[in-house]
Structures are given as C-alpha cells and as structure tokens.
Design a protein around this ligand. Structure first.
Ligand code: ZN
Length: 330
C-alpha cells in the first residue's frame, strides 16, 4: 500500500480551475516513466508513453471540490461559495487549508446550529480578529481544500480526496508497471471535472484517441439506507463501468474489460451509477466520437471531507487498466 504517495497526492492543492500544484506534483512523479509530458491549453496534463498500436486515452481528473472565499463578516469570519458539489451536512468543523497556506475551520452561524444547513449558513473561521485582518489573510476568489488525516485499517483507506486522487494513483501505478507496450498510451490528468467535466472534451479532441477509458470513483451501494444509486460494494474488486449519467460505455469495451479480468483472475464487479457523471461523457462525444469505457473505484462518502475506499479495489483497478493497455485490439 503506497500510502505516502497517496498522502502527497491528497495534500496537493487543486480545486477545479486551480490545478497547478497537483499538476506539478504529477509531472514530477510521471516524468521518469514517460516519453513526453505536456500541458494542453485547458491545463490537462498529458503523459505520453509511445507505442505502435491503438491510440488509447486513459483519463483521471486531478481537480477536487473545495471552497472559495467571497464575503466577510465584521467578526472576522469569511463566507464562501462551493467549487464543485458540496453537501453542507458533511462540512461542519472541517479544517481547510487555503492555497496561500492560511488555515481555517468550517463552522456555522450560532443560531443555525441543529437546523438544516445551507452553504450560506456556513463560514470559514481563519482566526482573524476582525474583518480587516480577514481581508488581509484571504482575498475574494482564494480557494481552500479539506484537511483531514489519512488512515488505514486493514485494507480500508480513510482519506480526503480519494475522489479522484485514488484514480490519479491508478494511472501513475499503471504507467510505472507498463514495460513495453503494443499500444500508444496517453495518460491524461484532466482539469475541472468537478464543475461539469469541462477539461475532458478538449483533451480528447486534441488527442483523437481510438479508445478512451476513464478512471474515477463510483458510488457504492453498501451502507445502511443506500438508495440503489450504485451497484458496487467496497472490497469486491475493480468496477467495470456500464453506465453513469453522462456515459453509456461502448459495449465492446465492457466486454473486453470483463474478458481480460476473467483471463487474468482480476476481481471485477459491474458499475451502473445513476447518481452522477464522469469525464467519459464529453470524451465519448468528442470529435467524430470515441468508444469510451471506464474502470471505477468504489468510494463511500464522495465529496465529503473524508472518504473511504478499499485498497484491494484500487490494486485490482491497476491490474485491469495495465492489462487493458497491454492487450491487442482488432
Ligand atoms: Zn470524481
């Protein structure tokens, strides 16, 4: 379990649109294993491992959800808006770190405690004594990310931002594991997925792949009261995406992934997610169309300040994606 690397990834700033720090870290980590590393005009990081076969685009979004400062109160606290989808019920008393290093704590108006919270009821306490000091520490438009511990319990990992730094780790480990490869592989770490999959389309348009495979987390259906918005469970292996709200996977890719898994003894489950989309949507519709599929990591509490996955699922994802890259295509 490469927990240190995961921790480096989840600590790197990278709210949607402000991916420079995580992009720099991924560049550093990938450079030694790639033939070419470049950034496209949207900010997508493109890591190319050359081969003579099919052109395959592997995508994992590197951006995360977070908060952005907007208004100030005379008491010195900072109101914020959300970058990506946040559930106010999960945010109370979460520590955050601004890109400029300022620490804060998400709290709520005293008279709203115990009520159903909206984002406008919440504020960031950055320890400022008054509005003036708060304005000196944090400017409107400054962004912050969740700060929470990274822990393991047997194979389970509890950490912020498993969505989708766990997916980035799958791509990195696949890149490291690929020795010689019959196919032409583009590892793409996309931007702005969390605000409506804005980076993925231009990335696919620029690369014009024969196939695209999206690696992201998926919503499992394995806690009390689960609403059947997903079909996966933690610890049951890599999830082969069949459909989400943005994408119906190309049937030949679903079939191929499942038969690779059968042949190589990789544990897989089928992923139908009715509760959200991925970068696969715009990639499939890019240019003249791209056959697109996905490999997902089941992840509980997605977009909450702390999420939970099973490391064995992540490992099976690496095996499956690596085998996919090494396979022959008709
Ligand atoms: Zn995601």
């Amino acid at each position: 379990m490469n927990l240190n690397l995961l921790e480096r990834l989840v600590r790197a700033h990278g709210t949607a649109g402000e991916e420079a720090p995580i992009r720099a870290l991924l560049t550093e980590l990938a450079a030694g294993y790639a033939d070419e590393v470049r950034t496209d005009p949207m900010g997508n990081l493109i890591v190319h491992k050359k081969g003579n076969g099919k052109k395959i685009l592997l995508a994992a979004h590197m951006d995360v959800v977070g908060v952005m400062a907007t208004h100030y109160e005379k008491e010195g606290v900072v109101r914020f808006t959300q970058v990506g989808g946040l559930d106010p019920a999960t945010l109370l008393q979460t520590p955050v770190r601004f890109k400029n290093g300022v620490w804060g704590l998400i709290s709520c108006d005293d008279n709203k405690l115990g009520k159903e919270l909206k984002i406008k009821d919440l504020f960031l306490d950055i320890g400022a004594k008054d509005e003036q000091e708060a304005r000196r520490l944090v400017k409107p438009g400054d962004t912050a990310i969740y700060y929470a511990p990274v822990m393991t319990q047997r194979s389970r990992v509890i950490s912020p931002y498993l969505d989708n730094r766990a997916g980035c780790l799958v791509l990195l480990n696949t890149l490291k594991r690929l020795s010689s490869c019959p196919n032409d592989i583009y590892f793409v770490f996309t931007v702005q997925e969390e605000v409506g999959t804005r980076g993925a389309g231009p990335a696919a348009y620029g690369i014009e792949p024969d196939y695209a495979l999206v690696v992201d987390v998926t919503c499992p259906d394995d806690i009390p009261g689960a609403l059947h918005e997903g079909t996966t469970a933690l610890g049951k292996g890599a999830a082969v995406k069949v459909m989400d709200r943005s994408l119906i996977s190309a049937p030949e890719l679903v079939q191929k992934l499942n038969s690779i898994a059968r042949e190589q003894g990789i544990q897989v489950q089928q992923d139908v997610m009715s509760g959200g989309g991925t970068d696969g949507g715009p990639m499939q519709r890019s240019g003249g169309g791209v056959p697109t599929g996905g490999v997902s990591i089941p992840c509980r509490y997605t977009h909450a300040p702390t999420e939970l996955i099973d490391w064995n699922d992540l490992e099976e994802c690496v095996r499956l994606v690596t085998a996919f890259c090494e396979s022959e295509f008709e």
